[in-house]
Design a protein around this ligand. Structure first.
Ligand SMILES: [Mg+2]
Length: 90
């Protein structure tokens, strides 16, 4: 699937699950940090051999899924920033 489509679908899924999110920027760092941590885990479990159970959290599919989630959360953060600070000039 085209990466942009993957991110758009994930962004839509998040919107349906949680609705509009207007957190403080510091809260966004926690949310984005968690997603980035999950991406790090997927990459680590691809790179390192921590046994067969840990390996299930790695690999192409998991790395891609987590990267898409990071991108979708970043977009949601941008949307919240634009609402908060009025930047909507494009
Ligand atoms: Mg994730």
């Amino acid at each position: 699937m085209n990466p942009w489509v993957s991110v758009a679908k994930e962004r839509q899924r998040q919107e349906e699950k949680w609705g509009q999110q207007d957190h403080e920027p510091m809260m966004w760092m926690g949310i984005l940090g968690e997603e980035f941590g999950e991406l790090c885990q997927a990459v680590n479990e691809t790179h390192f051999d921590n046994g067969p159970e840990a390996r299930k959290k790695g690999g192409y599919e998991n790395m891609r899924e987590e990267a898409v989630q990071v991108a979708a959360v970043a977009i949601s953060f941008i949307e919240a920033l634009d609402r908060r600070y009025g930047r909507d000039d494009e």
